[in-house]
Structure formats: C-alpha cells, structure tokens
Design a protein around this ligand. Structure first.
Ligand code: UGA
Length: 440
C-alpha cells in the first residue's frame, strides 16, 4: 500500500517517517519547495531527538521521499494522511481552511478508491465534512468512488516525538468503515506485535478523544498550579502534595508538576478550540475555561512573585534561562517565557537570555522588546553581571550548572526557580535568595 502524508509539520513529518520505518513506502508532501528540497537531502527543519537519523536511513532505503507534487501523489497514494496545520482563529476555534482545501484538491483529482486519514487535531464533525467535500467533488466529475475517512489522532509530545510514535500508550482509529479501519490498524503492525492497545471506535468519538485528552492534561496542570499558589501562601509544599496525590492510582503522578504554566502549540490551542466547539453546541465547558484562565494567571503570578521579592524592577537585570515552552524543543509557541520577559521589561527591567534552541524564534516573537533583551551565547554569559536568575525552562544544561560559580557571577543573589529544579539542593538556599514555585 502506498502511503502519502500531506503536511510536513511536526506531526506529518514524524508520523510519515515512522511509517516508513515500519516498512511502508511513504511520500510526505508539502507546498514549501525549499523545505522539501532540504528534506530530500536529509536536512530537517525542526529539532527532534533521533528524527534526522531515521529520515536519512529511510531516504537511503528508498522507502521515504518528499515532494511538492501534491496531485501526482494524491493519485498514486492508497492511503492519504492529512497532517496540515489547524491553527487557532481569532476566537480560538480551529482554523480548518488548510484541511478543507486539501480535501477539495483530493476530490477534484482522484480516480480510484482511497482511505483518507485525519492526523491533525480537528473539531468533532470535521471528518464528516471532509467526506462530504470529497464526495461532492467526485460527483461533479461523474465519479462515485469509495472514499473512507478515518480519524487517527496523534498523541506525540514535542521533544519526544519519535519515542512517542514508536511506543504510544494507545492508538485510536475512528471511522464508519470497518475494512478501512482494519487496513489502517495494520499499518501499525509493529505496535500490534508489542501489544499496544488499539481503540476502534466511530469517527466523532475518535475526534473527541484527542480534545478530551489534551484538555484533561491542561486541567491537571492548572489544578496543581492553583494549589501551588495557595500552598506557597499557607506554607505547604506542592511537590510533596503532588507526590502524595500521584500515589493514588486513580490520580496518577504525571502532569502534576507546578511551574510557570503550560505552553506549546497544543494545550493552549486545543483547550480554546474545545470551548469554542462546545459554545457552537450551546454548552459551556466551565472546567476547561477555568483551566485556561488559571494558566494565564499563573504566568502573571510569576512576574508578580519577582516584583514582590526584588522590589522595583527599574534598571534591574535578569538572566532568563530557557525560552522554549519546554526542554528539547525549539518551539516558542505560547511559551511562558514570552509573558514573563514582557512582564519584566514592562516594569523597567532588562533581560539577558539564553536557551539551547529557542533564541532564533524568540528574536522574532519578542521583536518589539528587543532593545531590552541581550541574547547570549551560553548560560555563563547570560548569568554574568545580572541582579538575578530566572530559570523558566528546565533544560538539563541549567540543572547541571555549578551554583557556587554561578553565585560569583550574579551581582545580587536572587534565584527564581520556576520549574523547581533545585528544590532538593540545600546549598542553593544558603547562597541565593531562592524562590521555587509552590513552596516556601
Ligand atoms: C501535548 C500532549 O502531551 C501530547 O500527548 C499531544 O499529542 C500534543 O500535546 C499534541 O496535541 O500534539 P506537547 O504540547 O508536546 O504535547 O507538550 P507536553 O510535554 O505535554 O507539555 C505541555 C506543557 O505543559 C509544557 O509547557 C510543560 O512545561 C507543561 N507541563 C507539563 C507542566 O507545566 N507540568 C507538568 O506536570 C507537565
């Protein structure tokens, strides 16, 4: 079976590559010709551990190729994955223009049966609409083809995308045609062999599973972040609260770490989108809405925490360690660092910033603030001659810094550990005015 993946963003590129690693013949398509040219040389546009090696290996084996000739491969493919972007519109709902335009292109061109698989996170009912668009376009050309539209949402995390695709917790396949669903299931044969659970369900349920999962994780983070604000005031320790809560099997330990708030392209986008979907059905998702506002509050609270402890920020300088929304990625979308840096500069402070991967994108996103930010070549330069240090993203390079050497470089002794990296280190409290999140 020939597999075609339309869209070479995070999801499309990783999923297409892994399907070729599973032994399938895969072509990944994109309208960006420069990107395609680079990909065919094995140059990948994102930072993702292990991905480049697998891309190069499968290019060499001839199982994977990249092209911008969308029509040619739409005609050749038996299975067409849709992995184009669904960015948020102004009101927070998912913008489906790219999905629908690809569906139209498929309907206008195909001459044989196809299985279409939506990998992008799409609102409930999008699969129905994709099917309708393709059917209508085929009918206009006098064709009646068997086209099955399957929902097969992606659960990969940025920074661990390859690992998550090879070892997912579960695979969800939603559709109305059992034969097509079985074909898609068999694409993942190595996962069946590993006994990874498969959930076969209808298309709308599958689309909803993705939103419900991301929204639940966002709620979990906002929940512990709110607990942390209270814990800090009453003198309780949130890390110990999380640990003890997580020991209850019904709660589970992961995604209970308090910090500077969640960011990235997924939680902020998907929580807003599901709230908008609900509105269009006259339902209010008040828990998810509250998680969204709690996350905004959390980022602002980090700035307030700095002001409360340092005093006036005018002419004070801070080293910001970590810009990307989490470690092991260059993604700056909705990164808490953006709000924290803006908050400090708006109050008259100056920033020296370092991040292993986030600087390039940060320069674009913080363009209006650029005269107050010095981007540094490493963590040593960033922490030299500043009044305080703010650790925003927990890259291991920052975890491994020698705090005694650090103390010599920092003028005043403020250390804001917004990811609770050093809470177990008793020395840091002796040499710095140390402020973690959610505990004294
Ligand atoms: C998230 C989901 O975890 C994936 O399963 C999903 O496939 C993906 O969205 C998507 O929809 O495509 P991702 O956005 O890559 O993945 O990042 P996560 O590792 O989930 O982290 C999200 C944010 O939550 C980060 O800013 C992280 O710092 C924050 N976080 C995470 C916390 O503040 N506390 C925690 O305990 C865990």
């Amino acid at each position: 079976m020939k597999v075609v993946v339309i869209g070479t963003g995070y999801v499309g590129l990783v999923q297409g590559t892994i399907l070729s690693e599973f032994g399938h013949n895969v072509t990944c398509l994109d309208i960006d010709s420069d990107k395609i040219e680079n990909l065919n040389k094995g140059i990948i546009p994102i930072y993702e551990k292990g991905l480049e090696e697998i891309v190069r290996k499968n290019l060499k084996l001839g199982r994977l190729n990249f092209s911008n000739d969308i029509i040619k491969y739409i005609l050749e493919g038996d299975i067409i994955f849709l992995a184009v972007g669904t960015p948020p519109s102004e009101d927070g709902s998912a913008d489906l223009k790219a999905i629908y335009s690809v569906a139209k292109q498929i309907g206008e061109n195909i001459v044989s049966s196809k299985i279409i698989v939506t990998k992008s996170t799409v609102p409930v009912g999008t699969g129905d609409e994709v099917e309708k668009i393709i059917d209508e376009e085929c009918k206009k050309r006098g064709l009646s083809l068997e086209v099955s539209v399957i929902s097969n949402p992606e659960f990969l995390r940025e920074g661990r995308a390859v690992e998550d695709c090879i070892n997912p917790d579960r695979v969800i396949i939603g559709g109305e045609n059992l034969r097509a669903m079985e074909i898609i299931k068999n694409l993942y044969a190595p996962l069946i062999e590993k006994d990874i659970p498969f959930v076969l369900t209808n298309r709308r349920t599958s689309e909803m599973i993705k939103y419900a999962s991301n929204a639940f994780l966002a709620v979990k983070i906002s929940f512990i972040n709110e607990i942390s604000l209270l814990a800090e005031k009453i003198g309780a320790n949130t890390q110990q609260i999380s640990k003890a809560m997580g020991l209850d099997k019904r709660i589970a330990p992961s995604f209970l770490e308090c910090g500077a708030g969640y960011g990235g392209s997924c939680f902020p986008k998907d929580t807003k989108a599901i709230v908008e979907i609900a509105k269009s059905y006259d339902e209010e998702l008040s828990i998810i809405s509250s998680a969204i506002s709690a996350n905004e509050k959390q980022k602002q609270r980090m700035v307030e925490k700095i002001v409360k402890n340092v005093g006036k920020l005018k002419d004070k300088s801070f080293a910001v360690l970590g810009l990307s929304f989490k470690p092991e990625t260059d993604d700056m979308r909705e990164a808490p660092s953006l709000d924290i840096i803006k908050g400090i500069i708006d109050r008259g402070g100056k920033i020296k910033a370092f991040c292993p991967e986030g600087i390039r994108e940060s320069k674009i996103r913080l363009k209006e603030y650029s005269e107050h930010i010095t981007y540094c070549n490493d963590e040593i330069e960033a922490t030299s001659d500043v009044d305080g240090v703010i650790l925003v993203t927990e890259w291991s390079i920052f975890k491994n810094m020698d705090i005694f050497e650090l103390r010599k470089r920092v003028k005043d002794n403020f250390y804001f550990d917004l990811r609770n990296v050093f809470t177990e280190n008793s020395e840091i409290r002796k040499i710095f005015k140390y402020f973690p999140v959610g505990q004294k």
